[in-house]
Design a protein around this ligand. Structure first.
Ligand SMILES: Nc1ncnc2c1ncn2[C@@H]1O[C@H](COP(=O)(O)OP(=O)(O)OP(=O)(O)O)[C@@H](O)[C@H]1O
Length: 255
């Protein structure tokens, strides 16, 4: 059985369908990139995996059970959009991220020392070691976002959900975060779902790229139908070259 199974899922807000007939199976350790037009339900899909919402119809299961409503020891889901703690220093924010997996949520004595050392490693990887003792409010927006990503990764979750995690970062920082995430995946068996608007990033990082789109469209009522997964690309080993995709969609017949 697959690690994550999404079976015939529909999600409707009021009378408006957002996603419909979504079926997908994910193996543990896969990196799933999710792309699609704005407003077609990508974040809604992540919320269903997080159990922040329950589907109007259909089912979601993770490791053979409905996803727990709280991130826990058994299923360390951490969502990138959880904001950082303003009253903790940058280093303590990372330590706190790592402690989410503990039943009492705190480290003491030698364990705390080890947690601080691990936090310093994560901070160096995120390029935040020089601001370890500062508070988040003193950081730029991009640095705060890097801290949020570092905090999420510090918990070493079994499933990591990322909603446009690198969208606000400058190109250089973005590349180093790609490397960081790739290294971390090599070290853990983490399953990753990442929503991105950057196709190149989607194919570079993902094992698979899921495309959300509306297969049915009523020009008189654009909200009449929901979106579903219209493509499931295998992006391993370089995947389908990004350019080839573009060319294919723009092929004109010579005659
Ligand atoms: N709780 C809610 N109640 C009603 N409508 C909602 C709710 N959450 C989202 N929506 C609507 O559902 C649609 C899908 O939203 P969602 O955020 O999942 O899309 P998205 O694909 O992630 O978009 P983007 O790429 O712009 O982030 C949007 O039109 C949004 O306005």
């Amino acid at each position: 059985m697959s690690f994550v199974t999404v079976k015939n899922v529909f999600q409707t807000y009021g009378r408006r369908p957002i996603i419909e007939r979504v079926n997908v199976e994910i193996e543990e350790g896969e990196f799933i990139s999710i792309v699609g037009a704005s407003g077609c339900g990508k974040s809604t899909f992540l919320r269903l995996l997080l159990a922040q919402e329950t589907p109007t119809f259909g089912s979601v299961s993770i490791a053979g059970a409905a996803p727990a409503t709280e991130p826990g020891l058994d299923r360390g889901v951490v969502f990138q959009r959880y904001s950082v703690f303003p009253h903790l220093t940058v280093r303590d924010n990372i330590v706190a991220g790592g402690s989410f997996r503990r039943p009492w949520g705190r480290f003491f004595g030698a364990e705390r020392k080890a947690a601080m050392a691990r936090a310093d490693e994560t901070l160096a990887r995120c390029g935040l070691d020089h601001v370890a003792d500062q508070y988040p409010a003193t950081l730029s927006g991009g640095m705060q976002q890097r801290l949020a990503i570092g905090q999420a990764l510090a918990a070493r979750p079994r499933v990591l959900l990322l909603d446009e995690p690198f969208g606000a970062l400058d190109p250089g920082t973005r590349l180093s975060m790609h490397e960081f995430l790739t290294e971390l995946r090599a070290e853990t068996l983490m399953t990753v779902f990442m929503v991105t608007h950057d196709l190149h990033e989607a194919f570079k990082l993902g094992d698979r790229v899921l495309v959300f789109d509306k297969p049915r469209w009523d020009p008189h009522d654009p909200n009449a139908y929901g979106a579903t997964i219209t493509f499931d690309f295998d992006a391993r080993d370089g995947g389908i070259p990004f350019q080839a995709l573009e060319e294919k969609t723009h092929v004109l017949q010579a005659h």
